[in-house]
Ligand binder design. Structure first.
Ligand code: NAP
Ligand code: F7E
Length: 318
C-alpha cells in the first residue's frame, strides 16, 4: 500500500487531496498542529480513514519524528499561512511557515529518506506584478505581498534541493482554486456565503474591496489531481496549474447573485478597508505543460464553480 503524508490536511486542499488519495488506495497521514479546540471540520467525514499526527512547520524535530514514524513514499506540503492580507499583518510568521517551513520539510526528507517524493504548494501569487500574460513556468516572478515573497522562497528552495541532493521534489504553481470548503475570508467564499445569507434574509449587504481584480479561478477538486500526477512522473519538474481564463471579482458577484435571482448592484458596496497595500491586478495561467506532460485538464468551469459554491452555502444555511 502506498503511504502519503499531507501537511495542511485540515485546510481546503488537504481535505480534497486526502479524499483523492484514499480513493486510490493510499494510507493517508496528516500533520495537524495542536490547538485548544479541534479544527477538523473539513475532514470530519474522513476521520476514521486517515491517521493524524501532531507536528508543526515551526518545529524541525517534530517533522523529522513524523517522517521517521510514517516512512511515506510521498509528501504533499500544503501547510502554510495562506491568506494574503494576513501576510502584511504577520510578515515574519508568514515567512516562518510559508518559506522556512518548506526548508524544514526538505531537511527532514534529506535526513530520513531521500527517496521520498515531495510536492510543494507554490502559487500564482509569485507572479504578482505580472511580466507577461498568460503566465507560464518560465515567467519571471515579481511577488507583491509578504506571502508571495515567502512562496518564491519555497519554490526556489524546492528547486534547489532537487538540484543539490537529487530529491524528487516538484513545485506546483497553482492558480486560485476554490470550493465550498474555501475559508470564508477569501473573496469567492465571502461572496457565495453572503449571497446565501442575503437570500435567506440574514444579511443586508456585502462589503468588498477591488472589484476589478482578475483571477484565474478553478475548482480545488480538480487541482489536487494535478498534485498527485506530478509525483507519478518519471522525473521531478515544476508545473503551472490553471484554467487559462480570467474573470473579475465583479463577474463572480454577478453570476453568484444572478443564480439566486438577485441584482448584485443592489447589495455590493465597495469598502477601502479591503484594498491591499500592493494589489495583484491580473493572473491568468497557461496550463499547456500540465496538459501535455500530465494529461491534466480542469473539469469544472467557472460558472459551474460559482453556482456550486452558492448552492452549498444555501444548503448550509437552510
Ligand atoms: P488553507 O485552507 O489555508 O490551509 C492551510 C493549512 O495549513 C491548514 O491545514 C493549516 O492548519 C495548516 N498550517 C498552517 N500553519 C501551519 C503550521 N505552522 N504547522 C502545521 N500546519 C499549518 O490553504 P489551502 O487553500 O488549502 O492551500 C493549500 C496550500 O496551497 C497552501 O500552501 C497555499 O498557500 C497554497 N496555494 C493555495 C492556492 C489556492 O487558491 N487555494 C493557490 C496556490 C497555492 P490549521 O487548520 O491548523 O490552521
Ligand atoms: O483575493 C480581491 C483581492 O483573498 C482575490 C490564496 O489562496 O490565491 C489566494 O490569494 C482577489 C484579490 O485570494 C475582496 O484584492 C476584492 O485581488 O480570494 P483572495 P488571493 O489573494 O488571490 C492565491 C493563488 C494563493 O496562493 C493564496 O494562498 O479579490 N478582493 N474584495 C478581495 N479579496 C478578499 N479576500 N476580500 C475582499 O473583500
Amino acid at each position: 500500500m502506498k503511504r502519503a503524508i499531507i501537511t495542511g490536511i485540515t485546510g481546503q486542499d488537504g481535505s480534497y487531496l486526502a479524499e483523492f488519495l484514499l480513493s486510490r488506495g493510499y494510507e493517508v497521514h496528516g500533520m495537524v498542529r495542536r490547538s485548544s479546540t479541534e479544527n477538523f471540520e473539513r475532514i470530519g467525514h474522513l476521520r476514521s480513514r486517515v491517521h493524524l499526527h501532531q507536528a508543526d512547520l515551526l518545529d524541525q524535530l517534530s517533522i523529522i519524528e513524523f517522517l521517521r514514524d510514517v516512512r511515506p513514499r510521498e509528501v504533499y506540503n500544503l501547510a502554510a499561512q495562506s491568506f494574503v492580507p494576513t501576510s502584511w499583518v504577520q510578515p515574519v510568521l508568514t515567512g516562518e511557515f510559508t518559506a522556512l517551513g518548506v526548508t524544514r520539510m526538505l531537511e527532514g526528507i534529506r535526513l530520513v529518506d531521500r527517496k521520498i517524493r515531495f510536492y510543494q504548494a507554490s502559487s500564482s501569487e509569485m507572479f504578482g506584478r505580472v511580466q507577461e500574460t498568460p503566465q507560464t513556468e518560465r515567467t519571471p516572478f515579481w511577488p507583491r505581498s509578504p506571502y508571495g515573497v515567502a512562496k518564491v522562497y519555497g519554490h526556489w528552495i524546492t528547486v534547489n534541493y532537487r538540484e543539490s541532493y537529487d530529491l524528487f521534489a516538484c513545485s506546483g504553481i497553482l492558480f486560485n482554486h476554490e470550493s465550498p470548503r474555501r475559508g470564508k475570508e477569501f473573496v469567492t467564499r465571502k461572496i457565495s456565503h453572503a449571497v446565501a445569507s442575503i437570500k435567506r434574509g440574514l444579511q443586508k449587504e456585502l462589503r468588498l474591496g477591488n472589484l476589478d481584480a482578475r483571477r484565474d479561478w478553478g475548482y480545488a477538486g480538480d487541482y489536487v489531481r494535478a498534485m498527485w500526477l506530478m509525483l507519478q512522473q518519471e522525473k521531478p519538474d515544476d508545473f503551472v496549474v490553471a484554467t487559462g481564463e480570467d474573470h473579475t471579482v465583479r463577474e463572480f458577484c454577478r453570476i453568484a447573485f444572478d443564480h439566486v435571482g438577485l441584482d448584485w448592484r443592489k447589495f455590493v458596496k465597495v469598502d477601502r478597508k479591503f484594498f491591499r497595500p500592493a494589489e495583484v491586478n491580473l493572473l491568468r495561467g497557461n496550463p499547456a505543460k500540465a496538459r501535455r506532460k500530465l494529461g491534466w485538464k480542469r473539469e469544472v468551469t467557472f460558472e459551474k464553480l460559482v453556482r456550486m459554491m452558492v448552492d452549498a452555502d444555501l444548503e448550509r444555511l437552510s
